[in-house]
Design a protein around this ligand. Structure first.
Ligand SMILES: [Ca+2]
Ligand SMILES: [Ca+2]
Ligand SMILES: [Ca+2]
Ligand SMILES: [Ca+2]
Length: 504
């Protein structure tokens, strides 16, 4: 769908009645939608052998740049930068699980008869499996055998229909779950990122249903009460509700890790008017996930001081209902990669607390230049490092004591015009490095961006959203070019630069 249509969709959504003043939680919808693929489209494709030396026979592997990015184009034709991945193929070899840890995917279920789904990946409730005293299958005897209040909840629960049927009737959960659990080396479809992880399906979205926050809170409590240690949550709402905050606090009490998507609207969630939930509940066991692309750029995710890690979330290829495959872009796709990574780390260290697991995931993540504007510390998930205890790449720290500073004014029109590309140049002749101070910076995210390039044309920053005053990334050389590109709709203030610093 093009951006013009999305504007219409968003305007319609904004006009929907708000129940009881609360905007219901919804799955984070994708930013763009790709064309569907079937296994027939994979015929004759050969997965590229990754430079890391390990390959699998799944025919769409080369579309899975998060696992192995050797510079191939993504599903939308954007050429990647080799190495901008989570090391997913080497991670598969390095994974040494000690104990099962259950990951709950709180979403719309999973298409169980998809050709690239093996129902054996599902968590099986020990109290609702096997046979009862009368020889009947406990999973289908219509009895709450384990007395947890849910009848026949053998793989999870459908809170939309109050039933044990966790099959997909939407698309979102199948895409999110498939990313993790699609079997690798079955000659079909894709390779899931998280082999061996058992998934509990907690269905809170579905065709024609919209649950209130109290019901979603109940679903979250169900997950941890029944053994989930990690929860993957790819949905949100601008509305704070105490019931949801209490439910997340309950997962913390239970010692679980609550991983959630930051959202896809380039909100600065440090601003009161741009908060989004669950990202902004501030419960200690939350891990909020932003998104990057196949060049480690972040282009659409919500950001702020609560977003602690990013993972690939742009043009992510995974399962789609009716046996199909598609790519979608969203933090919905980044979130499960981090949740799955945390689960795998925990499976290797079953005696760890959620704090230790979270620490290991963050310490092993790679620091990416230009990402710190959106993610604390500029960290992007590295699953291979996480599983092997390797520290992530860290960028060299800059010593600003020898730098000089002067006032320098450079600004865009306010607001900047739609449908135009404006270029601005700033130079400090002879400088070895420089950076500019934005006194004000607000770029709409619908088709708009401000990019900073060095003298050689190298991209240093990709900016949209509303940002607090502050310095740009450091630019090598004595000049910077700023390119402000505006799409068809919705413009913003633009930028004001009031100072420059440089290293002579
Ligand atoms: Ca039960
Ligand atoms: Ca039963
Ligand atoms: Ca497969
Ligand atoms: Ca715009």
């Amino acid at each position: 769908m093009n951006r013009r249509l999305w504007v219409v969709v968003l305007l319609v959504m904004a006009a929907l009645p708000v129940l009881g003043g609360e905007i219901p939680y919804r799955p984070y919808e994708p930013v763009e939608i790709g064309a569907p693929f079937t296994d027939a489209d994979a015929a004759g494709r050969r997965p590229a052998r990754c430079p890391h030396g390990h390959t699998v026979d799944d025919p769409f592997l080369d579309k899975q740049y998060p696992l192995c990015n050797h510079g191939q184009a993504d599903d939308k034709g954007q050429t990647g930068s080799a190495g901008c991945d989570i090391g997913g193929l080497e991670a598969r070899l390095a994974f040494k699980p000690q104990q099962e840890i259950i990951l709950a995917i709180v979403d719309s279920g999973l298409e169980l008869n998809h050709p690239d789904v093996d129902p054996a990946v599902l968590w099986t409730n020990p109290g609702e499996s096997g046979t009862d005293a009368e020889g009947r299958d406990k999973a289908a005897n219509g009895v709450d055998d384990d007395g947890n209040g849910y009848i026949d909840d053998v793989h999870g629960w459908n809170f939309c229909r109050n039933s044990p049927d966790i099959n997909e009737d939407h698309y979102h959960g199948t895409h999110v779950g498939g990313l993790l659990c699609a079997p690798a080396n079955n000659g079909t479809g894709i390779a899931g990122a998280c082999p061996g992880v058992k998934i509990m399906l907690v269905k809170i979205f579905g065709l024609g249903s919209s649950l209130g926050s109290e019901q979603i809170a109940t679903a979250i409590r169900y997950a941890v009460d029944n053994g989930a240690r990690v929860l993957s949550n790819s949905y949100g709402s601008p509305s704070f509700t105490q019931a949801m905050k209490d439910a997340i606090a309950y997962t913390a009490q239970k010692g679980a890790l609550f991983v959630c998507a930051s959202g896809n609207s380039r909100k600065n969630m440090d601003l009161e008017e741009e908060q989004d939930y669950p990202s902004c509940y501030g419960v200690e066991n939350q891990l909020v996930v932003g998104a990057t692309n196949n060049r480690d750029l972040s282009t659409f995710c919500n950001f702020g001081s609560m977003v602690e890690i990013a993972a690939p979330g742009e043009n992510i290829f995974s399962l789609f209902p009716k046996g199909q495959y598609r790519s979608f872009s969203g933090t919905s796709q980044a979130c499960p990669l981090v949740a799955g990574a945390a689960t795998m780390v925990w499976m290797q260290h079953p005696d760890w607390t959620w704090r230790q697991v979270k620490r290991a995931v963050l310490d092993s993540a790679d620091q990416v230049r230009g990402l710190s504007r959106y993610v604390v510390g500029g960290l992007r998930l590295n699953l291979f490092n996480a599983l092997t205890g390797r520290p992530g790449r860290r960028l060299p720290a800059e010593d600003f004591s020898q730098w000089r500073e002067e006032a320098r004014t450079l600004e865009s029109p306010h607001p900047y015009p739609n449908q135009k590309t404006l270029t601005f140049d700033l130079a400090v002749p002879g400088a070895r490095k420089l950076r500019v101070h934005f006194a004000r910076l607000a770029i709409d995210h619908f088709g708009d961006s401000l990019t900073l390039r060095d003298g050689g044309g190298g991209l240093v920053e990709y900016i949209n959203g509303i940002h607090a005053a502050g310095w740009s990334e450091v630019i090598e050389g004595d000049r910077v070019q700023l390119v402000l590109e505006a799409g068809d709709y919705i413009n913003e203030f633009g930028f004001v630069i009031d100072a420059v610093q440089w290293l002579p």
